[in-house]
Write a protein that binds this ligand. Sequence first.
Ligand code: UDP
Ligand code: MG
Length: 325
Amino acid sequence: MVILLENTKKISLVVPCHNEQENISLFYEECKKTFINMDVLVEIVFVDDGSRDNTIDELRKLEAEKNFEIKIINFSRNFGKEAAMYAGLKRTTGDYVVIIDADLQQRPELILKMLEIVENNDHYDCVCYYQEKRKESNIISFFKKKFYKIISKMSDVEFVNGASDFRLFRRYVVDAILNLEEKNRFSKGIFSWVGFKTCYIPYIPDDRIHGKSNFNFKSLFKYAISGILSFSIAPLRIATYSGLLFSLVAFIYMIIIIIQKLLFTIDVPGYATLLSCVLLIGGLILFCLGIMGDYIARIYIETKNRPIFIEKEYIQKGHLNNKED
Ligand code: UDP
Ligand code: MG
């Protein structure tokens, strides 16, 4: 597919990498194939997010490449994909910015479709690929679906089921995203929160050929909780509403007991009833305290104002053009 862009535009790719040594050169080759015949400037911002393998050496090899402007950010440790995306976005200078995984599950050639959409539709500011059919195990895809339903109901921003981080933004959207400097970053929420018009298009991710996924059930669960806490204060209301409900029930029960005492012989409630009430209410109080604790922990982390990531080194290689020499 050959797309003609109006004027020569610059496209920035942000590529978070964590233990992707086998994928870097393959990814780069795919990018070359994708953009080779296009009149565009391409910069690729690779972020090595504290890899324990030779990812950084593979990235350094690309310094010699002349096709694209290469930028490499080397983190001092693993700060997570959210931090890597933020750091990468900060270094971009393109008119269009694309976030894409390094593992080739999101094929670089799919960027062309996104470019076609923004070039031909001025009213779209972002393009986002979403998974129509999930490839993961049934249980994970069941929980993911539920998560999107719950978080959409609880918060004011829209969360599209299956929406990935594989997105294209116009420059001003990236600037808006970077303006949000919160430390607990939940990018899917941030991308929706900043607004703008997004075009959602379906895609089927490829299988991972090299390396393995960095996200297991436990980390996805933590990610889901972090998303809810970042974008909704609804859990805090559990205490208010359940407190109201219990007070109402207790009040009705009190009236019943008074009537029983005045009119009939007193029927003393049994040990089991008492104990289960105490345990239930105790459990609920602890649960609500835990939720409050989670929010307080977030305030604590935000107030410490630590940086989102630490760069150990930053390498920038000048731009030539995307045609083969
Ligand atoms: N990644 C990262 N830091 C992390 C975990 C992942 O930069 O702590 C990168 C990873 O190298 C890949 C992308 O984020 O390019 C998506 O990760 P992965 O493929 O493990 O996730 P999945 O596709 O299984 O959701
Ligand atoms: Mg992947």
